[in-house]
Design a protein around this ligand. Sequence first.
Ligand code: ADP
Ligand code: MG
Length: 391
Amino acid sequence: MTSSVTPVKHLVAEARTFYNETFGNDPEIAVCAPGRVNLIGEHTDYNQGFVLPMALPLVTVVVGRQISGNKVSIVSASEALEESNRVDFDLPTSTTPLLPGKPRWANYVKGVIQHYRAHPLPGFQAAICSSVPLGGGLSSSASLEVAVYTFLQQLCPDDGDDKAKAMACQKAEHTHAGVPCGIMDQYVSVLGKEAHALLIDCRSLEAEPVPLVDPGLVILITNSNVRHSLTGSEYPTRRKQCEEAAQLLGKSSLRDATREDLEAAKDGMDNVTYRRARHVIEEIRRTSQAAEALRQQNYKEFGRLMVESHNSLRDDYEVSCKELDELVNAAMEVRGVYGSRMTGGGFGGCTVTLLQADVVEQVKQHIMEKYNGSPSFYITTPSEGARVLSL
Ligand code: ADP
Ligand code: MG
């Protein structure tokens, strides 16, 4: 039952060896970008609301070098791909864009190249190594996109605009991976700050670091290691329901709606749409309150809001599942746990738990006993966003 996180320098060493074995020369550039965990503010980002994620010590590393010509060759060391781990293609031109294709994982990379904000990109070879679990709700996808973007910045510098960088990566996920995601994952992967959570206002795109360091506190991520196939289809459905609710309320997004607005319109709304909107409106409020609680180091209040968030995701937004509920319930049974909730899109993936450092082993043990599956644990601290590394 380990919960240690592979140090970045080990990942770089791994990526370097893998690169060398594949391409027969040494990389000259190394970069990384983190995955993230969302502490609170779930399914609020595409409703222009608040989210409060932090960047993780789990990262995607890209190492590589420029080559002559217009070819790109990339290998991924991930063992979870179920398709070829190597891809070779030509750089896009103004008349021939890079289109999505096979292998599917490479679409995240192709999308970033297509939307990269400076030209001309040279050909390159690269190897990818990641400690972010794939498809676990910790945003391996955004960490891959942002790592690739950061790598491209070393080959052909852009203007250094971090927000535009995050948005280009988000666009890559939309157009090439077919996931209509909000801005949170890419934003925190770019702008995350060590020892801080990041309060992001998804309407203004302002991001405010909120201090989160306390030696007496642990942020424990528990991976359920399940992912139900609903994930793909349910996400666009929820988005549509939110848009419908906002429209019924005469608002451009649910960010502008209050609970009073919703109650006044309740009779003209079907119950499902009502509950979806109730989750979003309340979750936006909870997230601002949670940020305030964090500023005051009021972890008890923060934890209470986490549990409220989980219950709302389970009952009103209906994106939890029995495994996530089990993990949250088990965690909350241990004294010294402030709060616990599912994190990420739902239907599997991870929970995040805020607890007193001195009970962490006890919590893990209790979860192991209570959970009808095999969980993985990560003890995490708020980490730095994307960065260039030395080789
Ligand atoms: P999450 O972002 O929560 O981890 P997603 O389904 O959004 O889950 O993204 C996971 C997908 O991203 C993988 O299936 C794969 O296609 C791609 N991906 C992420 N990390 C890597 C990696 N290191 N190598 C290759 N593909 C990756
Ligand atoms: Mg993702």
